[in-house]
Design a protein around this ligand. Structure first.
Ligand code: ATP
Length: 205
């Protein structure tokens, strides 16, 4: 089924948002002719603590900086403004109602392969189509077996990008070069706020 004209929902901790996230969003927009991609930063994620305790407001600000000037990308406060843990299944149901043109959920293969730990995952699987981004080390064959046979799954065609927020945080903490891993405006924000133990000035690249 064509996804053209739908809204791509891209949930994540975005701690911080990085070039891998942006490439996935841009490729989803282009390959499936989506109307737009909506980044949805989590407030308090249900399954884990946010590393370094970075508040949702700051992660939201970083996404805003990262997508500024890119008309196909936007950011939602829907999970930040809801108290307590926000479940993806509820967020999708809410946004599906708000967008009669339809939605599709964009997710990395690593996270999606663990669907069975998501709240109300059986309902989630059939709530909307999924756009799955490859991630190094994840065999896409798992998505051709149960329980994924119940879902409508579309695969992004791109080389897997070996980058994670964990690696970005590690590099800031250790004072290693970070050039090209996050947009320049996000790099400035991280250094100004001293997030992840970052120094004010970037090291010689
Ligand atoms: P962390 O290292 O802190 O776990 P992360 O880099 O996986 O973070 P998240 O904010 O948790 O980033 O991810 C949001 C979404 O983006 C998830 O669906 C995740 O699978 C996907 N994603 C993140 N990085 C990549 C990447 N390099 N390639 C494809 N998908 C990615």
């Amino acid at each position: 089924m064509s996804l053209a004209g739908r809204i791509g929902l891209f949930g994540g901790t975005f701690n911080p948002v990085h070039i891998g996230h942006l490439r996935v969003a841009e490729e989803a927009l282009r390959q499936f002719a989506l109307r737009e991609v909506l980044f949805i930063p989590t407030g308090q994620p249900p399954h884990r603590e946010v590393a370094d305790g970075v508040p949702g407001e700051l992660r939201y600000e970083m996404v805003k900086l990262a997508i500024s000037g890119n008309p196909g990308l936007s950011v939602s406060r829907v999970e930040l403004d809801r108290p307590g843990p926000a479940y993806t299944v509820d967020t999708i149901a809410l946004l599906k109602q708000e967008h009669p043109e339809g939605v599709a959920y964009i997710v990395g293969a690593d996270i999606f392969s663990q669907i069975e730990i998501w709240h109300d995952w059986q309902r989630l699987l059939t709530l909307c189509p999924f756009i799955v981004a490859p991630r190094p080390g994840v065999d896409l064959a798992v998505f051709r077996k149960p329980p994924f046979d119940r879902a409508e799954i579309h695969f992004l065609e791109m080389e897997p990008i070996a980058l994670s927020s964990t690696e970005v945080r590690r590099r800031y903490r250790l004072g290693l070069p970070t050039k090209g891993l996050v947009p320049a405006a996000v790099d400035r924000f991280i250094r100004e706020h001293g997030l992840y133990g970052a120094r004010k000035t970037s090291p010689l690249e």
